[in-house]
Design a protein around this ligand. Sequence first.
Ligand code: AKG
Ligand code: FE2
Length: 472
Amino acid sequence: MGKKRNNTPKTTKKSDPPQTPPPSGKQPSGIPPTQSSVAPLPGLVEDNLFFLIIYASAVRMFTKHSTKDITSPAFFEESRKETSDALIKIVVLAAIALIVLGSKLRKRLGYYNKHVQAGFGRTLMSYISYIPLLAVLFSFVFVFGLTLFSNHEAVQTSRTVFKTNMLDIKECKEIIKMASRAKMNWTTDRHPAVPTVDMNVEEAFQDKDKAKLTKIFDERLSPFIEKTLGITRNSVRADDMFIVKYSAIEKGGQTGLKPHTDEAYFSVNILLSDEFEGGGTRFYQREQEPLDDYNSTIPSYDLSPPVGNAFLHRSRILHEGIPISKGERYILVLFMHIDQFDFETKQSYGLHPFSTWLNIGYMESWFNERYQGLKTELIDVQGQSLSHKYLRTIFYTLMYSTRLFSDFVGTVTPGGKFIEILDSDKTGEQGANWLHGQHMRLNEFGERVRADQTCDAGGAKLTNRGAEDIFK
Ligand SMILES: O=C(O)CCC(=O)C(=O)O
Ligand SMILES: [Fe+2]
């Protein structure tokens, strides 16, 4: 026992290799530990394994593969609830994992910086130390994706065309008559980018006719919308409702409508007549704009429904009115918005971006509306702060990525399965804002960011389906 090594501490230099202390219990008692006897780090696996096992078991518990029946009336509600529940649990788990693994990582990196010589080895060890955190991140993405895709059919709604029988032939004829006794004439300038010969119902129809239509929509269209999109009926508003007239009889009459997208959340199209040849609506598989002619080679799906049939689709699916070759084709079109707030009372409808979480199309439109709102505010108000610009960019990016996502996951398909369940569920409950609150853009607080536009106002181009396209 000549030299008391432990009493003459030696300064650890950066270049010193980490030193292993004697196993606990074997250090001579009474001798204080030296600065150089640094506890080694436990191996990466043993340090994290226990926690990762607990984490993985928790994730496993929260990950359910959905086996719900899409034809069940409760399908959307259940799916939505299931997804948002799973999402909350995953976020909480990920937060805990980040805190625990983050502190382990910090300790590890601190150790390398202090006790390991800088160089390739240290860099490599530092990178390897991130593995547990990356594993958690990966599992987060995995679980999230699984939850979403286990409801594949609902994701698919963003590219599904849902149809149902809505009117009988007598009712269809009656609506065409309503147009012929309307207060205003047919217009051609309401949608300048993709013009139609049309008549706005709210402005042109007589009050008694509007009341009849409202009743029909409350009874038949509202349940259809609720079931297909999984949203409450009162949160929807017809931003534009109009009759379109295609005529192969009148000289210079419009016979078809070129490929376009509508500027709305979703569109409804009801066929009112059957005395024509040709016609129908063509949906394109992918959103590729601009398309100038009817002879596109993009895969498409044609719908030629029977008279009185209504179909509904996300407005941003590229579509066209196939030209007629004989007779006259009348359709009733609704460009529908989904509002979070009642625009007058400001009362919330209880929706939020994830309300129809599984309906990617809804999210896309929601982001688009926020983007459009900010854009309008930016144009209207001088000296906007820069944050507006950034926020706008964020919403645009979100909108664009959800659109790409929906293009990626979905093929345009007919949603025939819904017809059965819809036909058995007609109620008389008060429905949407069918004829109230047209041509509005609301911000995230339900306030109007743009004044009402009327058909004959010069500002009609603000409400058309193409001129305000975000790509322009
Ligand atoms: O003619 C059709 O069926 C399509 C009509 C349409 O897309 C529209 O009016 O926006
Ligand atoms: Fe359209």
